[in-house]
Design a protein around this ligand. Structure first.
Ligand code: A3P
Ligand code: MG
Ligand code: MG
Length: 368
């Protein structure tokens, strides 16, 4: 069996001159509604509107409509959106990699995230590597995390997860504010929280020599989409985080910023709004972060727990190597074990594309 590996360490290989990056541009979008029904377009796009503070993020936990995310959704929604885009533009989307933003976040943060592992499935089709999350691995990790439970003194994991969704709910409107009534704005805190609905942006972007199409969820828009295509969009990422009370908390927060930054950087989300909450889930304050300025702040006033340039240079080099490694038909596994600094890639099947590519996408691409 074909097996290759890429060493993340030593990191000094990735210092120095920057790898070029392309500004992400949205090429298409899709939405899931409250019942997780897919549609092309922006029907689930949400509009940022400052939440009223203090806000009790526990409210409505008993009525939470939680999406069952155990089933494998593969790349289906992303591929449907790409195929629709290709039909409209009458042009094939020619890139090196197609994947979810979440997979690229794992790669980009790998140099400073030794503890976590990941497993992805990949296949090569018509010049492009398609990468999905390995759903079995994801479910297993969730199960292990559930069994471990929360550290003593902390709220149960499920409740803490709800706080994140509740905060998102309290900070958005379903319609632009000038089309919303006062009642609709005030009613937000009584809304039932449902995490099935999502707006997903599909962007074209690039790191170094690698061109990519990434799909990922965007929480909200600050104003509205610009009428001219390709112009930057004022997206907003919403996050909650524990209040910072001491140096230890500050260090934890700085480490968290790596994930916030990577996730938003990849889709071109310029602003992150963090809601700081206490141990009981009451949000007391907000902080607005400019995504682009986060790595600089970590270097200048922070503890330098991570370096954004190293992340980008590493990702550029790793993706070059991945293109050399996955260049023919079959299915592959991309894996980093917990506490390991090696990314392994090995072929799982010599032929076909497993379930990574939907029959509809393959049919569309082979007919054209
Ligand atoms: P917080 O980020 O405020 O904790 P996202 O921020 O990516 O839009 O995700 C929204 C919320 O989903 C998160 O809110 C958190 O509650 C939950 N969530 C996302 N990824 C998670 C993960 N890997 N584990 C647990 N909860 C997660
Ligand atoms: Mg989100
Ligand atoms: Mg969010």
């Amino acid at each position: 069996m074909n097996r290759s590996s890429f060493d993340i360490q030593p990191l000094h290989r990735f210092g120095g001159a920057n790898t070029s990056i392309r500004r992400p541009r949205e090429i298409a979008c899709f939405s899931y509604d409250d019942e997780r029904r897919f549609s092309l377009g922006d029907s689930s796009m949400a509009f940022y509107y400052t939440p009223t503070l203090p806000a009790d993020l526990n409210r409505g936990y008993d009525t939470f409509q939680k999406l069952n995310d155990a089933p494998d959704e593969h790349l289906d929604a992303l591929l449907d959106t790409i195929a629709a885009h290709e039909k409209t533009t009458e042009k094939k989307c020619e890139v090196d990699i197609v994947t979810w933003r979440g997979m690229m976040t794992k790669i980009l943060t790998a140099p400073f995230n030794n503890n976590d592992g990941f497993e992805m499935n990949a296949t090569f089709f018509q010049g492009t590597i398609f990468i999905e999350e390995n759903n079995e691995y994801k479910n297993l990790q969730k199960e292990l995390q559930r069994k471990r439970g929360s550290p003593p003194g902390m709220a149960p994991q499920e409740l803490m997860m709800y706080w994140g969704y509740k905060f998102e709910n309290l900070a958005v409107l379903r319609k632009p504010w000038d089309e919303s009534t006062r009642e609709e704005i005030e009613r937000r805190e009584h809304d039932i929280v449902n995490n099935a609905a999502q707006y997903c942006s599909v962007v074209r972007t690039g790191i170094g020599n690698t061109r990519m199409v990434l799909g990922g969820e965007v929480d909200a828009i600050w104003d509205c989409k610009p009428s001219q295509e390709g112009k930057p969009i004022n997206w907003v990422e919403l996050k909650t985080s524990a209040q910072i009370r001491n140096d230890r908390d500050m260090l934890k927060y700085e480490r968290k910023l790596l994930k916030f930054w990577a996730q938003s950087f990849l889709l071109g989300v310029p602003k992150i709004i963090v809601g700081f909450r206490d141990q009981n889930g009451i949000c007391h304050s907000l902080e607005e972060l400019d995504t682009a300025s986060i790595p600089g702040k970590v270097q200048s006033v922070g503890k330098r727990t991570w370096d954004g340039n190293i992340c980008i240079n590493f990702a550029g080099a790793f993706l070059d190597w991945l293109k050399q490694t996955i260049h023919r038909e079959g299915t592959w596994r991309i894996r980093k074990q917990e506490k390991s600094s090696v990314i392994e890639v090995f072929q799982v099947e010599e032929q076909g594309h497993g379930d990574i590519l939907s029959p509809a996408f393959k049919a569309w691409r082979t007919a054209t």
